[in-house]
Design a protein around this ligand. Structure first.
Ligand code: SF4
Length: 387
């Protein structure tokens, strides 16, 4: 089920850039050498940014603590920030409040405190269910920690749980991926995010691959892994509602969907991005710099761009097509006062001919083959003219 938001519904993203150790594949904006004092100082800076942020006028739908490892900071800091949100906009009991977590940082007391603070959705980075893969990725947890994290989360009354896993890992076999999926399915989360590993430049994994020490599975094996996920998760009652995301009905992540529908979001913290009124802006990435500038009352915005109408149309297409439901033709026409066929006549005809996109009466969506070649489809829209 894909949600249709009101145009002025919006989300809040809070970047928590702290980790205990860096995973080999990670190129996120994160630091591994800061302790509790700096966590406190940083959350103070985020609260100052929140107080001075110009907010959209609509309904706040979601608060998302992403990272980094938000579950590494003391729960009282998360509680304090959510208190500041309530102080400014009123009750947030109906808001989806997600905390990303690493299983190596969770215990019953911390989970209870996060839940008491108002967090109502927990995302657990499991990634794999084999010790050797977790070690090779430099994760700070083992397989047992994943089981404990889910058990503790349920005890703390989290009823909306996401598990993250990665396929296409170096030396990963199809059987191992099957084992990971079946063990994670047995844990019974409400939601899955399954990512195809992207080897990012500058990471230690990229160096290992370039030097020939790490071997990625072949393309056809990776395609089989994606198909296997589709088969196993469907059989277990999960629906794919976006390219990487699966949920039991009614547990689709609101936060993710706000991005794909081009609703507004305000990002707080080092390197965080915001989007409102077709303007995108982003903060400086450096954590110390961000704290210093906030402390001095200076703007932490590093850059901004105003999207032209053509850019908005292209983004509307590629972001909307990430969703299982695709894009609404009426929605496009209302937003841009032109029909989607008028604007994207040539690329649309080509993609329909190739069997990658289905052009229905009211909606346009990716075919099964289109999902497998989604990046190609997105590129066609991103590179196309808009007449
Ligand atoms: S825990 Fe997440 S954010 Fe931190 S280093 Fe690992 S992948 Fe990156």
């Amino acid at each position: 089920m894909n949600i249709e938001f009101a145009p002025d519904d919006w989300g809040l993203y809070v970047h928590i850039p702290f980790c205990r150790a860096r995973c080999t594949y990670c190129d996120f904006n994160t630091v591994t050498h800061m302790g509790e004092d700096q966590h406190r100082q940083y959350l103070g800076a985020v609260a100052r940014e929140w107080q001075s942020a110009k907010l959209p006028t609509g309904r706040l739908i979601s608060v998302f603590f992403g990272g980094g490892t938000p579950s590494l900071v003391h729960p009282s800091l998360i509680a304090g920030f959510l208190g500041a949100v309530r102080d400014r906009i009123g009750p947030i009991e109906d808001v989806e409040i997600t905390l990303e977590s690493n299983p190596g940082t969770l215990d019953p007391n911390r989970l209870d405190a996060f839940r008491q603070a108002g967090v109502n959705r927990l995302s657990v980075g499991a990634q794999a269910m084999q010790e050797d893969h977790l070690k090779a990725l430099n994760r700070i947890h083992g397989v047992e920690d994943i089981y404990s994290a889910v058990e503790f989360a349920r005890q703390a009354k989290f009823s909306n749980l996401n598990l993250d896993a990665i396929y296409g890992l170096p030396n990963q076999t199809l059987n191992q991926w099957q084992e990971t999926l079946s063990k994670l399915i047995e844990l019974g989360p409400e939601h899955f995010s399954l990512y195809h590993l992207q080897v990012e430049e500058g990471t230690s994994m990229a160096i290992g691959v370039a030097q020939g020490g790490l071997h990625l599975p072949q393309e056809d094996i990776v395609a089989d892994m994606a198909d296997l996920a589709l088969t196993m998760l469907n059989a277990a009652g999960y629906e794919p509602y976006e390219i990487s995301n699966w949920a039991r009905s009614g547990h689709e992540s609101l936060h993710n969907q706000l991005y794909w529908t081009m609703n507004s979001y305000i990002g707080l913290g080092a390197g965080a991005h915001s989007f409102h009124n077709n303007r995108r802006w982003w903060n400086f990435r450096g954590v110390r710099r961000y704290m210093m500038m906030q402390g001095a009352g200076e703007s932490t915005v590093e850059g901004e761009e105003q999207l032209s109408v053509s850019e908005q149309m292209r983004e509307y297409m590629w972001l909307g097509l990430r969703r299982r439901a695709g894009i609404s033709k009426d929605g496009f026409a209302i937003k841009f006062r032109r029909t989607v066929e008028d604007v994207f006549q040539v690329p649309l005809a080509k993609l329909v001919d190739l069997g990658l996109v289905v052009n229905g009466e009211h909606r346009i969506w990716l075919s099964h083959r289109g999902w497998e070649m989604a990046n190609y489809v997105f590129r066609i829209f991103l590179d196309s003219g808009t007449g």
